[in-house]
Ligand binder design. Structure first.
Ligand SMILES: [Zn+2]
Length: 387
């Protein structure tokens, strides 16, 4: 009969535990444990941004952070930060051009679909004091965005600034002339000439009933030759983002709970109010006195950062509808609302296809917390009141 001593059993158990531990380590190595999340940029510590996806980086992102010891290159990060909203996403989901969609804001168009999923939304005046949205999508897969409306020249200035194909339903003559002239830069997806990705809702009346899904618009963009199925170089960044809200480096500014923008030019019921939800760290949107919500799930529209961008505009002489010209080339001032505070900033854009930049008083790019950004483009004499 074999007798096994307690010491031998203990040694055997120790060997077993060590073997299991070694096996676990090698399994983690095979899985490619990341030394640092997302893009690896260390810019957040210096307040200069999130690293991650930058133009011209070849799509490989940052340096992988502090894990590259012993002369070995760190494993490539498999996530990166969205250059439009700062969200951490699978890298593959960011290797596309952003898509821009012109969305209606007239009363018959409300509630809209898909605005809540956008990374970045511009709101601009059109003729008659009404507003329209230009919503940008990069990684989200909204199945319905709309109602989609017609193009204006200045919406192209915003989409071209980000190299984004732009979806719309017809346009003013000036906008359609621009599309023809700027074809290679305009990247137009016009329902009137390319209806495939669009559909009409029977629940709404025309012209407030055209919709499209992001996946279909992406397919259309590829089919029209605007981009390969996957880009090796990601999009131009819209802003500099910190990886987490507490790392954002922003001017102190003034504390604000609520603000209202009343667009000039007789903008009827298009004044907007944003209320700060301190728990969510987001601004909840009201149109007039009503919460503006998404048609699909009823969720109130919200943004982490709201920028009121003052841009001079004028009615185009002789235009029968009173259409506007917005002077988006040049520069001007902004009011930024972020983290329950407000401060002033500047914007600049050197040409129609150039990027749009936002800088603080010292000239440094704004370093925003991650989250959706809404930019309200308003005439300089628009009223902004705060509480
Ligand atoms: Zn995003």
């Amino acid at each position: 009969m074999m007798v096994v001593s307690r010491a031998r059993v203990t040694r055997a158990l120790l060997v077993l535990v060590l073997a299991v531990a070694l096996a676990a380590c090698s399994t983690l190595a095979v899985l490619g444990c990341r030394p640092q999340l997302a893009g690896g940029g260390t810019g957040a510590d210096t307040g200069s941004g999130s690293g991650g996806v930058t133009p011209g980086s070849g799509g490989t992102g940052g340096t992988g952070g502090p894990g590259g010891t012993g002369g070995q290159p760190p494993p490539p990060a498999d996530t990166a930060f969205c250059p439009l909203c700062g969200a951490e996403e699978p890298r593959a989901a960011l290797l596309h051009r952003p898509l821009a969609v012109c969305v209606d804001n007239q009363s018959a168009a409300r509630p809209q679909s898909g605005l809540k999923d956008a990374c970045l939304v511009y709101e601009v005046l059109t003729e008659g004091g009404i507003t329209r949205f230009l919503a940008f999508y990069l990684h989200e897969k909204a199945t319905a965005v709309g109602p989609i409306r017609s193009l204006r020249p200045y919406l192209l200035d915003l989409s071209m600034a980000l190299g984004a194909p732009i979806a719309f339903v017809g346009g003013s003559q000036a906008a359609l002339d621009d599309v023809a002239t700027l074809a290679a830069s305009a990247l137009a997806i016009n329902e009137m000439s390319y209806p495939y990705p669009f559909w009409r809702s029977e629940a709404r009346s025309s012209p407030h009933n055209a919709y499209a899904g992001i996946a279909e618009l992406r397919s259309a963009s590829v089919a029209l030759g605007y981009e390969p199925a996957t880009l090796s170089n990601p999009t131009v960044p819209a802003f500099s983002f910190a990886p987490t809200p507490d790392k954002a480096v922003l001017p102190t500014g003034q504390t604000v709970q609520r603000f209202t923008l009343t667009y000039a030019a007789g903008a009827g019921d298009y004044s907007v109010t944003y209320d700060f939800d301190s728990e969510a760290g987001q601004w909840m949107r009201y149109l007039g006195r009503s919460a503006q919500v998404d048609a699909v799930d009823g969720h109130q529209l919200r943004a982490t950062t709201v920028i009121v961008q003052f841009v001079s505009s004028s009615v185009i002489p002789g235009d029968s509808e009173g259409r506007l010209k917005l002077n988006l080339t040049g520069g001007g001032s902004c009011r930024v609302f972020c983290q329950g505070r407000t401060f002033t900033a500047s914007w600049a854009k050197s040409g129609r296809t150039s990027g749009l930049t936002y800088t603080d008083a010292s000239g440094k790019p704004l370093n925003l917390p991650p989250g959706p950004v809404w930019v309200l483009i308003a005439p300089p004499n628009s009223a902004v009141t705060t509480q």
